[in-house]
Design a protein. Structure first.
Length: 377
């Protein structure tokens, strides 16, 4: 008898879930507040995809007007949302037969509770207006910094900013980092120079002498001129065969989000010891970002995908190796918790459809002939 009652209860629960999900339409606007130390309002607009199924656009309206494409699935009462452009996911359950609320968690590497409510025209939060696109600098311009200040820095981290008007601000970079950034090099590709290249940090602010926002190549050319003028940097280049990591396409094929909004623009985003998120970036620029990060990989990274100048949005999370295996002695704790992201090489394949392979290649090496501490502003 007890077994029959238990079976009946289980069957009722199953049928209840099926009835709850039956013919549920979750298209429309959903919103909720994510608590991450500060409150962030999340808006998700769900619609039907042209190919069938569902799609969405996700907005974090307290962080700007930009919307991120997302995929949506509804299985029974379970709603799953993935935002590949930033690597975030959401999973929740419909809480009533009217499908007006979802209770679940938003995962940004760390899951956080997030309840979503279906909005009406009267209750929907307004999406901020997108700012006008920055006016680009003329493509044939050869800009220099009209005014530049360089000061010793106490900034604990590293920050690079390029304003819509073209003002460049760098907080906390070493000269070694500026050289790597300006010349697209990894640490092993820089030969010679004093020890303070890697220890003394600077704050750099530069205003271009041409109007408009410079492209990334124009910005790097300005920094190279700044290094020569203010640090008296002189170098010569050689080709040497070095151990490298090559980015190639995995057998499963690439899992990439193409970005064709601004083919001549500057990429945006950043990288940490556990994750990366970039928008409007080529594969070669991704290789440069990985090799210049310092503690992610310990050798140059080269692009061998053959994907050329196509721009993508990249988002990936991984669990760093044990401290003793980190390049440069960087200490990042191993995360063995259930649901933790995979290690870097597995994450590359599973999340991007790419491979990061150890090999050797002939690469450019820059030999420092002369360098001095920066001149006065």
């Amino acid at each position: 008898m007890k077994q029959s009652v238990a079976c009946f209860v289980a069957l009722a629960a199953l049928l209840g879930g099926a009835l709850l999900a039956q013919d549920r339409d979750i298209t429309g606007t959903w919103q909720g507040t994510l608590h991450t130390g500060k409150d962030l309002r999340v808006v998700i607009r769900v619609s039907k995809a042209d190919t069938g199924g569902l799609k969405a656009v996700m907005y974090s309206i307290d962080q700007g007007a930009q919307g991120f494409p997302a995929s949506v699935t509804l299985q029974g009462t379970t709603v799953k949302i993935a935002v590949p452009g930033i690597g975030d996911t959401y999973e929740g359950k419909l809480t009533n037969s009217e499908a007006t609320s979802i209770t679940g968690s938003w995962n940004q590497g760390v899951p956080r509770p997030l309840s979503l409510t279906r909005a009406t025209p009267e209750t929907a939060w307004a999406i901020p207006d997108a700012p006008p696109p920055p006016k680009p600098m003329q493509a044939d311009a050869a800009p220099e910094f009209e005014v530049a200040t360089i000061k010793p820095s106490q900034y604990p981290g590293l920050s690079l900013k390029l304003s819509p008007g073209g003002l460049f601000e760098a907080s906390g970079p070493t000269l070694s980092f500026l050289i790597k950034f300006a010349y697209d090099l990894q640490a092993r590709q820089i030969v010679g120079g004093p020890s303070w290249l890697d220890t003394e940090k600077y704050d750099v602010v530069g205003k271009p002498d041409k109007p408009g926002r410079p492209s990334l190549p124009q910005l790097k050319a300005m920094i190279r001129k700044l290094l020569a003028d203010r640090f008296q940097l002189t170098v010569h280049h050689e080709k040497r065969e070095l151990p490298v990591y090559a980015i190639t396409i995995a057998k499963s094929g690439p899992k990439l989000v193409e970005n064709d909004n601004d083919p001549n623009g500057v990429w945006d985003g950043g990288i940490s010891p556990r994750s990366l998120g970039y928008k409007n970036m080529t594969m070669a620029e991704l290789a440069n970002a990985l090799q210049q990060a310092g503690t992610i990989v310990d050798r140059p990274v080269v692009d061998q995908t053959g994907l050329g100048s196509t721009r993508y949005d990249f988002a990936m999370k991984w669990t760093p190796d044990a401290p003793q295996s980190q390049p440069g002695g960087a200490e990042h704790p191993t995360d063995n918790a259930a649901g933790a992201p995979p290690e870097l090489f597995t994450a590359f394949q599973e999340q991007l459809g790419l491979k990061l392979e150890s090999t050797k290649a002939l690469v450019d090496v820059m030999v420092i002939d002369k360098v001095e501490k920066p001149s006065e502003n």
